[in-house]
Design a protein around this ligand. Structure first.
Ligand SMILES: Cc1cc2nc3c(=O)[nH]c(=O)nc-3n(C[C@H](O)[C@H](O)[C@H](O)COP(=O)(O)OP(=O)(O)OC[C@H]3O[C@@H](n4cnc5c(N)ncnc54)[C@H](O)[C@@H]3O)c2cc1C
Length: 387
């Protein structure tokens, strides 16, 4: 069966239109420049404006905060289309960082924060980032150390964050800070604006993949943050972070299986053209079976993940299912990027070959947004598989 037909058969007319404009966007605005952006380790600000004009940044954010409406499944549809048209994981991470930086602010009920940060970001005028991970550790979110002490109308923030996506370019950072005692109840979210004295990008980090996505180490030294930049109630930061877990994990799942789908397409095309031992690679049963296994992994992850998104949009909190979706997407990406490089042979190992980039980019998916082991441990707990 034709992969594209199988994959896209269930979208609504609106979602088909979104897919079509995402594909055109990638073909016209991304593909001619992607290698340059990868080399520059950054994407231009104009791309955010352009993506906003086409309605991509507002997808799944409500009208009331400047969004375009729709639900998680619309985001899934958009990411699939962007990736399958040839975008890179780094591009999605960087262009769509608002997807992790804004949900807490959008839900906070503060019209002031929404006006200052959410609306301009969804309009492509500002860039936001989310800073949770610290140099001492990222998996154990409940133990973050960056401290914010209330002093009159301000919080005084001291600490450091690392591995922050879009942190170099960000105009503001939704930052997890400790305002109370130890453990998850002591955590709050504060929006820290670029240019606030004492707040700086201490380093731009170079990475194995996601090259066009800038990644920052951030430093906070006696930073005075206005108390009105507190997102939600003091001490509610961990719960707010947890509320975004389903959408974040589904987003990474989609990135995983869409990368895998793209690699399958590229590997199939290469195997049809490339000859060895007097026949196309596709003439070998073992190569055909690799493609079949890639297809199976892509489809299993895709169908499962879309179902999780549907349930979420229907009002459920599919926590375990979102964990499974992420793992299925991560595994599909790991398997398919590896096999795609293998099928491309030496060409697959060369910089400038698309599958080589996907191979490097996909490696982060089992680490970021919760390492595989940490998420499996959480699934075991949620499923009651405890000693
Ligand atoms: C490219 C990139 C972009 C990122 N973007 C952001 C961002 O925008 N914002 C942000 O806040 N963070 C971001 N991160 C951080 C990311 O979420 C963390 O790297 C991740 O949560 C893991 O934390 P850590 O790196 O500190 O690993 P650690 O917590 O030190 O864990 C290291 C490894 O130990 C193992 N491990 C840990 N705990 C357990 C356990 N309980 N059981 C078994 N094994 C375990 C896992 O294999 C894990 O990979 C990004 C990271 C990267 C690399």
């Amino acid at each position: 069966m034709n992969l594209d037909r199988l994959a896209h058969r269930r979208w609504s007319d609106e979602q088909e239109a979104l897919r079509a404009s995402a594909t055109t966007f990638v073909e016209r605005e991304v593909l001619p420049n992607l290698e340059e952006w990868e080399a520059a380790r950054s994407i231009p600000r104009d791309l955010h404006r352009s993506a906003a004009e086409q309605g991509f940044l507002g997808v799944s954010f409500p009208d009331e905060v400047g969004g375009a409406g729709g639900g998680l499944l619309d985001s899934v549809c958009l990411t699939e289309a962007l990736m399958e048209a040839g975008a890179s994981g780094g591009l999605i991470a960087s262009l769509m960082t608002h997807g992790i930086a804004l949900p807490h602010i959008a839900r906070s009920g503060s019209a002031d924060l929404v006006d200052r940060f959410v609306r301009p970001t969804l309009a492509g005028e500002l860039i936001g980032a989310l800073a949770i991970t610290e140099p001492d550790g990222g998996s154990d979110v409940a133990n973050i150390r960056t401290r914010a002490v209330r002093d009159g109308a301000h919080f005084v923030v001291n600490g450091a964050k690392t591995f922050i996506t879009s942190g170099v370019r960000a105009d503001f950072v939704t930052t997890a800070v400790r305002t109370g005692g130890p453990g998850h109840q002591g955590i709050s979210l504060l929006v820290v604006a670029k240019g606030t004295p004492g707040f700086s990008v201490s380093r731009q980090l170079d990475k194995m993949g996601w090259h066009c996505s800038d990644t920052a180490e951030l430093s906070f030294t006696d930073v005075l943050v206005p108390a009105e930049n507190l997102v939600g109630d003091e001490g509610s930061g961990f719960v707010q972070i947890a509320m975004a877990f389903v959408t974040e994990r589904v987003g990474l799942a989609v990135q995983g299986y869409s990368t895998a789908a793209r690699c399958l397409k590229l590997a199939h095309a290469y195997a049809r053209e490339r000859e060895a031992f007097g026949q196309p690679l596709l003439g070998n049963q073992v190569v055909r079976h690799k493609l079949v296994e890639m297809h199976r992994k892509v489809e299993a992850a895709r169908v499962y993940t879309r179902e999780v998104a549907r349930r979420y949009d229907g009002g459920e909190q599919p926590l375990v299912e979102a964990l499974h979706a992420k793992r299925l997407g991560v595994d599909a990406a790991a398997y398919c990027t590896n096999e795609a490089v293998q099928i491309h042979g030496g060409t697959g190992y060369m910089h400038g070959t698309e599958v080589e980039r996907h191979y490097r980019d996909a490696r982060i998916l089992g680490i970021g947004g919760g390492a595989n082991e940490v998420l499996d441990d959480l699934a075991a707990k949620l499923l009651g598989y405890l000693p």
